[in-house]
Design a protein around this ligand. Structure first.
Ligand code: ATP
Length: 425
């Protein structure tokens, strides 16, 4: 049953003034239209944990399209986006904020891991189709009932005790991505799996249900994992429950390396900041100890051309860099530059941690701190002024000068100009 808890104070303290104004308008319209309306899911959980909140997720017992439209008018929303088929609607406010409304619904699974069929229902049923008890609470915001917690499955108690619990025994079978969600929440909140839930999770994994999920959906979950704060902890759970190999085929799990990799040192964040596609930085770490394996990852998941390229170049770049940077002989700046310039930044940290010699790491640092920023001082304009005809030769000259600067042969603009005069006239 429901708890006698009123969360008005929590809402007041943790939701921005604009959010509260919005809740107010939504609640009044719902009441006027004879509907009940609720905040649901992650926001309720996070409010109860005392975390500041992100997006409002609104569920309506009634037609969400009608409510969203009225709210949109009142708040002069700049956009109203209805989805008739799913009975959901979004509005976009003047400040750019997007609010999603959905009609409470129940889902039917025709077979395991299928996409569900959807039908309108009560809030209780809407909560029952969700993943875990801690995500299956609602806070009513209908005018006159604001702040009333609706918690039919004991989510609040589980939240207090730090327990991840499914709502029914078929949960992981219906939607095996919940296996990954469970492990992600375990890691994020430092919670435990409730005993029966753990058994169901282990059985679902043993039953191979994760194989039934499309790679695209697994990939979506992996990206969420790599956006978490404590990635190592989640990877440890993946390993512990035997799904690490499944989601990262051919990756070699070496905990010491992974611990150092996801250790959030200053260097980690510095190198992470360099990346264009941060989640691939995570993938590079997972595959660092078996770079060949990355081809299996590329084969398994629907990646964009760019993502594929970064991973492939990353693996290749690390291999080449490892060889060069570890050479016992003197290595020239130009050699370092030419090899490392091919390595995407997503691979920097993986490479750095694979270098076990002081000298190799120093070479990497030289590239990272200095070499990659070196540019000729003269420009195309200068070459033109010298009387050279614009063309492909410009690039060649500027590249050559850059290499000579990296080598320390040319030290300033005068020397660069002199070099051009002596060699290209
Ligand atoms: P996060 O803080 O990671 O965003 P969240 O709980 O808000 O966590 P969302 O993915 O935004 O996660 O999902 C919102 C809500 O939808 C969840 O709280 C849960 O109630 C429900 N939900 C999401 N994914 C599933 C799923 N695979 N099966 C059942 N319910 C789900």
């Amino acid at each position: 049953g429901s708890f006698e808890v009123n969360l008005k104070k929590l809402l007041d303290e943790n939701i921005s003034p604009e959010g509260q104004e919005l809740i107010n308008v939504v609640g009044k319209w719902a009441s006027q239209l004879g509907m009940r309306v609720f905040l649901v899911g992650g926001i309720v959980r996070d409010l109860l944990l005392g975390h500041k909140q992100k997006d409002l997720d609104i569920v309506v017992e009634g037609d969400a399209l009608v409510l969203a439209q009225e709210v949109g008018k009142t708040l002069s929303a700049i956009k109203f986006i209805p989805h008739e088929r799913f009975k959901t609607a979004s509005i976009i406010l003047k400040n750019g904020q997007k609010i999603d409304f959905s009609t409470s619904r129940v889902e039917f699974y025709q077979h395991p891991a299928a996409l569900p069929e959807v039908e309108v229902s009560t809030i209780r049923e809407d909560l029952y189709r969700r993943d875990f008890t801690i995500n299956s609470m609602a806070i009513e915001i209908t005018y006159g009932h604001t702040g009333e917690l609706f918690d039919p499955f004991g989510g609040l108690l589980d939240l207090r005790e730090g327990i991840i619990r499914v709502l029914h025994n078929l949960s992981f079978v219906e939607d095996p991505t919940r296996i990954l969600r469970a492990l992600r929440f375990l890691g994020r909140f430092n919670f435990k799996l409730e005993e029966n839930t753990e058994k169901l999770l282990v059985d679902a994994i043993a039953g191979g249900f994760l194989h039934l999920v499309s790679p695209a959906r697994i990939l979506y979950e992996l990206k969420l994992i790599f956006a978490e704060k404590d990635i190592l902890k989640i990877l440890k759970f993946l390993k512990h429950y035997g799904v690490f190999q499944e989601v990262f085929p051919k990756a070699f799990y070496e905990e010491d390396y992974l611990r150092r990799y996801f250790n959030y040192t200053v260097e980690y964040f510095r190198l992470l900041k360099e990346t264009n596609i941060p989640w691939l930085h995570g993938v590079m770490g997972v595959y660092a100890k078996n770079l060949e394996g990355i081809e299996e990852f590329i084969k398994k998941y629907p990646l964009t051309g760019e993502e594929e390229e970064v991973l492939r170049q990353g693996a290749l770049g690390i291999k080449e860099a490892l060889k060069l940077l570890s050479l016992p002989r003197e290595v020239k700046g130009v050699e370092i530059f030419e090899t490392l310039t091919k390595l995407p930044p997503e691979g920097y940290w993986a490479l750095y941690l694979l270098l076990d010699r002081f000298r190799a790491r120093e070479r990497f640092k030289t590239y990272f701190e200095e070499l990659r920023f070196i540019k000729p001082e003269i420009t195309g304009e200068d070459l033109k002024a010298l009387g050279l005809k614009p063309g492909p030769l410009y690039r060649e000259i500027l590249h050559k000068i850059k290499m000579l600067k990296i080598d320390g042969v040319l030290k300033n603009k005068d020397e660069e100009i002199l070099y051009v005069k002596q060699n290209y006239f």
